[in-house]
Design a protein around this ligand. Sequence first.
Ligand code: PAF
Length: 293
Amino acid sequence: MRIARTLAEFRQASTELLSAFDQPSFGLVPTMGALHAGHAELVRAAVAAESVVAASIFVNPLQFGDPADLERYPRTLEADVELLESAGATLVFAPSQQEMYPGGEPMVRVSAGSLGTVFEGASRPGHFDGALTVVAKLLHAGTPQSAGYRAYFGQKDAQQLALVRRMVLDLNFPVQIVGVPTVRSAEGLALSSRNRFLSTAEAGAALVLSRALRLLAERAARHEALDIDSAAALINSEPLVDLDYLEVVDPLSFAPLAAERRETPFTGSALALVAAKVGPVRLIDNIPLGSAG
Ligand code: PAF
């Protein structure tokens, strides 16, 4: 029986084990360890039906409300591995917490909905959200890899792209996300399906958005203070444009830059975001700053 500690090892081992069969099928038995005869029965049922059976052992902190309960949960890896082997499992996936949650506490989670709030869910708030989140991750982890699977998203919708990346990270979707740079008109307006609703005057006025972003990018490149207020003033000087926000944020968390980083010579990386109503159309745009650019 093979033991995989990382997602990469798990995928490689399952692919190799499956390749020995003409009509392979894969059975996954998720557990939190501390195994007993009931678990052995799960494994035996899987072994009877599938060509390759893997069990996962991971004590999932997300489904424990009380830290003391998580601390005291039994960890018996050696005995668990013996039980799984004698029940006929061919692969064990025993990842670390860092391997399962490399970005720390997942920002994006599965919600168990109303069924997750009654009976056990009523006495253990959040328990089923945590359990479903890790099960989703394990199911993705167990999916035999199809080579070269990628999905492409525009960088113009920066927040959407960040959330999709984060979901794929948090929930182990077996796909690589590729961000494609924003395409702009010759004058700098970010292309959008909504631009067709702009009059000629509004399309001209909208250019102030990319101009303000470029101003911030140039200051960042020269390691000057960003002076976001003056970039906002540039946008506000255009009467056809109603600014919603102009903000500089961390490119991963989208947390606004702390005051000292906004006001002192710029270093590192950040993302400048803008949203505004131009005539009837809400437009968004963004530009990477510093080493994010
Ligand atoms: O039932 C369990 O052991 C756990 O809730 C599960 C399904 C392995 C998720 O951590």
